[in-house]
Design a protein around this ligand. Structure first.
Ligand code: ATP
Ligand code: MG
Length: 306
């Protein structure tokens, strides 16, 4: 659905995006991760035809970026980095204005605006001027606005950055619902927990592409393989038994939790659990230690610092 071929952008001789090549599949939630200034927003702006690539090519829905900008604008929705709404217009009017710009017929316009405002929990506030809304509420209106013309591809630049946890969940659920409608969603985010939860695949960039894969692939490949086991009756006998399990590299104790490092957790963890149970341990929880994707991200970005 989206294809980048050596996509590059320079600003005054400085390279912001350098030779990105990858594909985003139809119906996929794709995350673009990377440090501040890595070129995420610049990439999105090129794909939405707001700025031209300096080199390379890209295609969205089969149309070429730059050459077929009008066609691309018809099929994409964009939540930009800053919402840019009309403060004096009501929430409803803001959405209506955009839907009209896109030539959405009246009935469809009304249906879409109602549906998206309700999904964002802002239907009750539809007649209030957007300038009187909080930052997070404005962000949710901007997300609804990016959808009013039913785009097949949605670009969301940090959709949950300004949101409280409950609103962030509303937005995540919204994104997942759009996925079920077979839309393709491209998200820039700094929230690795969110990326881990909703993205089918992620690319980590730092001007250049560092890596690409599903969150669990990246965790397996680049994480440290830590597992946390919480045990009701943790004692020295259990600790000793776990340390002796084949493949266990290191064991740390914190309260009634063990943080176990091993080379291949999927092979070693069943043995660890068996050893704990055999020694009378009552296991409360077994979870991935630390934040898997965060660990992989920090390792990769740190290594590739420019
Ligand atoms: N219009 C512009 N003129 C000059 N330089 C620009 C322009 N837009 C972006 N840049 C530069 O391009 C680089 C990448 O910026 P970009 O906004 O794409 O990063 P980002 O990955 O979105 O960062 P953040 O996570 O902070 O949003 C930065 O060095 C930035 O200064
Ligand atoms: Mg950005």
């Amino acid at each position: 659905m989206i294809r980048l071929e050596g996509l590059t952008r320079r600003f005054n001789g400085r390279t912001a995006v350098d030779g990105l090549t990858f594909r985003v599949r139809e119906g996929e939630i794709f995350g673009l991760l990377g440090p501040n200034g890595a070129g995420k927003t610049t990439t999105v702006r090129m794909l939405c035809c707001l700025i031209r690539p300096s080199e390379g090519r890209a295609f969205v829905g089969g149309y070429e970026v730059g050459r077929e900008a009008m066609k691309i604008r018809e099929i994409v929705g964009l939540l930009p980095e800053s919402p840019g709404l009309y403060g004096e217009l009501s929430a409803y009017r803001n959405l209506d204005f955009y839907a009209r710009l896109y030539g959405v017929p009246k009935q469809r316009r009304e249906e879409n605006i109602e549906r998206f405002l309700k999904m964002m929990d802002l239907w009750d506030r539809r007649n209030d001027p957007v300038g009187s809304f909080s930052k997070g509420m404005q962000q949710k209106i901007a997300i609804a606005r990016s959808m009013v013309h039913d785009p097949k591809v949605l670009f969301l630049d940090e959709p949950t950055a300004a949101l409280a946890p409950d609103s962030a969940k509303v937005v995540r659920d919204f994104i997942l619902e759009l996925k079920h409608e077979k839309r393709t969603i491209f998200i820039c985010t700094h929230n690795l927990y969110e990326a881990e939860r909703i993205c089918d695949r992620v690319a980590i960039i730092n001007t250049k592409l560092i890596t690409l894969g599903s969150p669990s692939q990246l965790q397996r490949e680049f994480g440290s393989g830590k597992t946390e086991v919480q045990i009701k009756n943790l004692g020295s006998r259990i600790l000793h038994a776990v340390k002796k399990v084949k493949g266990v590299l290191k064991v740390e104790v914190s309260g009634n939790k063990l943080l176990i490092q091993s080379k291949d957790p999927e092979t070693v963890n069943p043995r660890v659990v068996e050893a704990i149970v055999k020694n009378g341990g009552k296991i409360l929880y077994v979870t991935r230690g630390a934040h898997g994707l965060e660990e992989a991200y920090l390792k990769l970005v740190g290594k590739n610092e420019v």
